[in-house]
Design a protein around this ligand. Structure first.
Ligand code: SAM
Length: 262
């Protein structure tokens, strides 16, 4: 283990960029998560991002930045965070039911489960093999607030006990924004939020998304553009809120949202 690459703690960067720092225990869990992913990656390709700096930035920091509105307290001085917090007003004390749609190697869901032990996080993916490994990892990390669900988002959204049962839906690298919205909004309770994690974000994408949201009962609250702290890459977090029940015809049958986006 001593020869394996070590994850940097970067606690000063957390503070500078998000006005927040992980506790020592959370840092230890992040480091264990990194080691576990490296180990599993020898058998199953969970992620291509295995360099310690890249892992810290592109998996940990990137996962956490999406929930900044639920994380921050006190006064933040960074202008993008101030603007985000003034748009997305949430009760930070409330424990949330969260679904990470298309979690893959556990991102963004696992880092968030580490940060928010009172939240109940469901990792949803259509590939059982990935979930089997994620289940082993969460057991080894001692995370008791994580559940696995092997299904398609289209099925879960039509399942009576899962539809409208989550307060927050997270979705990264699963498809075009309008497809992600069709997966996420049916799963949300009224007033629930979805966070779409995107790299680049264009006016065209925003127009396409805005055009479909009324059918799904959602509204676009804000788009936060963030600069990544190490590589200076640009990321966007799109915050949607459900303000009306979603029409029962959504999500459409398995495969249809991706094949024929709204
Ligand atoms: N979210 C992770 C990340 O950002 O690192 C993984 C992204 S990976 C590119 C996309 C994942 O979404 C895959 O693991 C795939 O199995 C899953 N997926 C794609 N479409 C899905 C659907 N309709 N329902 C559930 N999972 C889906």
């Amino acid at each position: 283990m001593s020869n394996s690459p070590q994850l940097p703690s970067r606690s000063e960067v957390w503070l500078q960029t998000l006005g927040w720092q992980p506790s020592l225990e959370q840092e230890r869990q992040f480091a264990r998560l990194f080691q576990q992913i490296l180990q599993v990656n020898q058998q199953l390709n969970l992620t291509r991002i295995t360099d310690p700096q890249d892992f810290w930035e592109k998996h940990l920091w990137d996962s956490v930045v999406g929930i900044a509105p639920w994380l921050l307290h006190g006064s933040v001085t960074l202008s993008w965070l101030q603007s985000l917090l003034s748009n997305v007003s949430v009760d930070r004390a409330l424990p949330l039911r969260v679904v990470d749609i298309g979690t893959g190697g556990g991102f963004p869901g696992l880092p968030i489960a580490i940060l928010k032990p009172t939240w109940q996080v469901t990792l949803l993916d259509s590939t059982q093999k990935k979930l089997t490994f994620l289940e082993q990892m969460t057991a080894e990390l001692g995370l008791e607030n994580v559940g696995m669900c092997c299904d398609r988002a289209e099925n879960l959204g039509q399942h009576p006990s899962d539809r409208e049962s989550f307060d927050l839906a997270l979705i990264r690298a699963v498809g075009p924004a309008s497809v992600c919205a069709e997966y996420a909004l049916p799963l949300l309770t009224l007033k629930g939020y979805a966070v779409l994690y995107r790299g680049q974000w264009t006016d065209k994408e925003q127009q396409a998304l805005s055009a479909v949201l009324p059918q799904l009962g959602g509204e676009l609250i804000t788009v936060a553009q963030v600069n990544m702290p190490l590589s200076q890459g640009v990321r966007h977090c799109i915050y949607l809120r459900k303000h009306q029940p979603t029409d029962p015809k959504f999500p459409r049958r398995v495969g249809v949202p991706a094949r024929k986006p709204l």
